[in-house]
Design a protein around this ligand. Structure first.
Ligand code: ADP
Ligand code: MN
Length: 519
């Protein structure tokens, strides 16, 4: 009976306390902090971010498991441990902030403890951080300088009063005092003010621990700032996405459509740009947000697509990896724009922000159009799809001066009775040193797909290559055909060396490269 009374919402002692004072009530978004905390600029910054983060899941992510924390699988011990560690780190940082405040007091010159924090508030990366060259930061910048050895003469005093450095009491006190030199965030307790004597053994163990903790924390910071979690997006990307929702450009981000090796694609409902103004851009009702992953490994493999693309070549060598990833997004944007101009069915570019490309969504009601790989087409539709594809490839080559370079049934969507081309970040101009080889590979994929799909009219890979490129390679076996392709590429390269890229031998002049997008 007692139990019933305690749990009952009926008026009683619990109700008298009110919701927040009830001792067994779960705290609900109550932020308790001292006045000095409120004064802290850092805290203010963090609170604002927390606010944004808190607002976002409701507004923007209805069911996106990649952004909210609600769907985190708690069945794994590792995950639980990591969550607890994060909780601990947060409390630790709060304490550090208080210490920082105390340390600096009202002094005009203040010392920041920022680098000793375990969890960094994420910042807008519009700032100088972008200029950082990763190569230069690989070396742990937070590694403490070697501890300065205290000058030792080994003893003090004279005659009978000599005390050597081996004196236990003196040594113990010194050790205790030296703890002050540990990183400010390192918890040494309040022993410093006492007459505490630490043995060398204990001191050394503590010192070692302090250094390794410091390095661990530095590594953590590096990781946080520079990598993208495998599935989810990193905090900076998330912030950029919040901003798109906050600005009203997007209505909501509903969830993830695809997680590939190099990108994560989200679905979003479009909002509007510059509300009310005449020049406000119309945002498609449904959008796809393609986030290029900022992990480097995958992109390394793709160097060849961009390094030799003359549109990007000059910039490539000067850039740090983060910028190179943005270049992929930029490349996709340019290529889509060219395709749009030629009337090829493809997503319309809405906005490019760093490594995030927002485009129109091909599909309906959050359901993306199926890939040609997945869709079951009638033989009539299949034949239709084939002729559309042939035409698309010719348009792409002749009107857009592009080779898709990753064309297959996986990157073609079937929507409203039409074949749509997507995923063109790796597309290159045919004069790319390997452009014709890429085209041949595309032709092989397409030819095989439609031939296997029962389209009798589908051209073989070599015929398709000639039909698309307008070249007349007559070799009747693959090896010779490829040899001729490579010879053409070589001839073109030599020609370029002498006369510049524009005068490529097997291409008509298309008016030059597109104007590059620069922020
Ligand atoms: P990846 O480089 O990861 O293959 P893609 O551009 O091919 O990137 O996108 C991955 C998947 O996301 C596609 O297979 C498609 O299902 C979906 N997708 C991408 N862009 C769109 C879009 N604009 N509309 C609908 N679905 C899209
Ligand atoms: Mn793809």
């Amino acid at each position: 009976m007692d139990l019933v009374r305690v749990a009952s919402p009926e008026p009683g002692p619990a109700a008298a306390w009110g919701p927040s004072k009830c001792p067994w009530a779960t705290p609900q978004n109550t932020i308790s902090c001292s006045l000095s905390d409120v004064m802290s600029e850092q805290l203010a910054k963090e609170l604002q971010l927390e606010e944004e983060a808190a607002a976002f899941p409701e507004v923007a992510v209805a069911e996106g498991p990649f952004i909210t924390g609600e769907n985190i699988d708690t069945s794994s011990d590792l995950m639980l441990a990591q969550m607890l560690q994060m909780e601990f780190d947060r409390e630790y940082d709060a304490q550090l902030r208080r210490e920082e405040k105390k340390f600096n007091g009202d002094s005009k010159v203040s010392i920041s403890f920022e680098n000793y924090r375990k969890v960094h508030p994420y910042e807008d990366s519009d700032s100088s951080e972008d200029e950082v060259d990763w190569q230069d930061t690989r070396d742990d910048p937070y590694r403490p300088a070697k501890p300065v050895p205290t000058p030792k003469k080994g003893f003090i005093g004279k005659g009978k009063d000599i005390t050597t450095k081996h004196d236990e009491v003196v040594c113990g006190r010194k050790n205790t005092a030296r703890m002050e030199n540990f990183a400010p965030g390192f918890q040494v307790g309040d022993g410093i003010g006492m007459d505490l004597k630490l043995s060398n053994h204990v001191f050394n163990a503590l010192k070692q621990h302090a250094y390794s903790e410091e390095r661990r924390s530095a590594r953590l910071h590096e990781k946080k700032e520079h990598s993208t979690a495998e599935k989810a997006v990193d905090p900076k990307t998330r912030l950029l996405m919040y901003k798109m929702v906050n600005s009203g450009m997007l209505e909501t981000i509903t969830g993830c459509i695809s997680t590939g090796k190099e990108s994560v694609v989200f679905h979003a409902y479009g909002g509007s740009m510059e509300d009310g103004k005449e020049d406000s851009k119309v945002i498609p009702t449904e959008c796809a947000i393609k986030v290029f992953k900022t992990t480097l490994n995958e992109f390394k493999n793709r160097d060849k697509y961009i390094k030799d693309d003359f549109r990007f070549k000059d910039r490539f060598s000067k850039l740090n990896p983060r910028k190179i990833i943005r270049m992929w997004a930029e490349k996709e944007m340019h290529n889509l724009t060219r395709m749009q101009r030629a009337g090829i069915p493809c997503p319309t570019v809405v906005l490019l922000k760093k490594h995030i490309l927002v485009m129109s969504f091909i599909g309906h009601d959050q359901v993306p159009a199926p890939k040609l790989k997945e869709v079951k087409l009638s033989s009539e539709e299949m034949k239709d799809a084939y002729y559309q594809t042939l035409h698309l490839m010719q348009q792409l080559y002749n009107e857009c001066t592009l080779v898709h370079a990753d064309l297959s049934e996986y990157n073609m969507l079937w929507h409203a009775g039409k074949v749509w081309l997507i995923d063109v970040s790796q597309s290159v101009e045919p004069t790319h040193p390997h452009g014709l080889e890429f085209l041949f590979r595309d032709c092989r994929n397409i030819s095989q797909f439609f031939q296997k799909g029962g389209v009798k009219e589908a051209l073989g890979e070599r015929e398709l290559f000639n039909a698309v490129s307008g070249l007349n390679i007559s070799a009747d076996n693959e090896a010779d055909f490829l040899a001729e392709i490579e010879a053409l590429e070589k001839m073109n390269e030599d020609h370029v060396q002498k006369n510049g890229r524009k005068a490529a031998s097997f291409l008509k002049d298309d008016g030059g490269p597109p104007v590059l997008y620069d922020e």
